[in-house]
Design a binder for this molecule. Structure first.
Ligand SMILES: O=C(O)CCC(=O)C(=O)O
Length: 289
């Protein structure tokens, strides 16, 4: 067990060497509870829609957070959400995205100009749901795909200085679809990705030499993992009958371009804090960008 908010002294060395750092017990329970509470109205809205369509008679409000979405979409998996993104300007998520100890840790890696990158998500990974099965990739593969399209030079993505964060809202295990990383692959630079039905995937030639080094990152609520945006990673399939709820987001050195059309939100700045998101109300008043 780690200690709430504690940051290892060698965080930068670990991050540089392995491509990721696990911080156990980093968030205290109330941070996770508020995030779960914040998501409940979104699940209610899904339930209300299914009731209106006659899929269910009632909203299944007595089901646990872990099971409710899975029970709701059992009869119509094709309608199930795979990700929430634009909906996340919620007071209960401010303490996650702008957690000051987390920003301290990120500052040690990125420096003091920190942007919340315009790619922040809550994922309800439903059992056996292909749309949530994120294949082996580097985040840089998506950034390249999303924006470059000939506008920027090819290596622009590789110079982005970013820290990705992933944390579970329920225990994440190999059985219900935790993340897997391949240590040290962030040092390879951007490798070729191929388009699949829902996601990109690292090409077999680039992936296979490293696959036997894959490590499962099993985490409990409150644990957080920081990882490099060039690290090879995937989410395992969810073989349980409940939802593997998780959050993932990214911070970037704000002196750089996002290479996307959205500009993100300033999280910390020692130069000029005028644009920094100030509090939960400020976060709620903004929108995905
Ligand atoms: O949560 C998952 O299963 C995948 C998340 C992911 O690939 C990411 O955070 O970049």
């Amino acid at each position: 067990m780690g200690c709430t908010g504690s940051i290892p002294e060698d965080i930068v060395d670990q991050f540089d060497e392995m491509g990721y750092v696990v911080l156990r017990g980093f968030f205290d329970g109330s941070v996770v509870d508020r995030a779960i509470e914040a998501m409940t109205p979104l699940v209610d809205a899904c339930a209300a829609e299914l009731v209106a369509e006659g899929v269910h008679q009632d909203m299944l409000s007595r089901e646990s957070f872990e099971r409710r979405l899975s029970r709701l979409y059992e009869p119509c998996m094709e309608k199930a959400p795979s990700i929430f993104r634009r909906e996340l300007h919620l007071a209960g998520l401010y303490d996650v995205f702008f957690h000051s100890r987390l920003l301290d840790a990120v500052e040690m890696i990125l420096g003091s100009e920190i942007r919340l990158y315009p790619n922040y998500s809550v994922r309800p990974k439903l059992p056996d749901h292909a749309k949530t099965l994120v294949l082996w990739h580097q985040d840089g593969g998506y950034t390249q795909n999303a924006h470059l399209a000939g506008i920027h030079e090819e290596r622009a993505v590789e110079v982005l200085r970013m820290v990705n964060i992933w944390c579970p809202l329920v225990p994440a295990t190999e059985f219900n679809g935790c993340m897997q990383f391949i240590p040290r692959t962030h040092k390879l630079g951007l490798v070729p990705h191929e388009g699949r039905e829902f996601y990109l995937e690292i090409s077999a030639a680039a992936l296979e030499p490293f696959l036997d080094q894959a490590a499962s990152i099993e985490l409990d609520p409150g644990d957080v993992v920081l990882f490099h945006n060039m690290l090879f990673h995937q989410g395992l399939p969810n073989r349980s009958d409940a939802v593997r709820w998780s959050m993932d987001w990214r911070y970037q050195d704000a002196t750089q371009s996002t290479l996307r059309k959205e500009e993100g939100h300033m999280a910390r700045s020692s130069r000029d804090d005028a644009d920094v998101v100030k509090n939960a109300a400020d976060w709620v008043s903004r929108s995905f960008q």
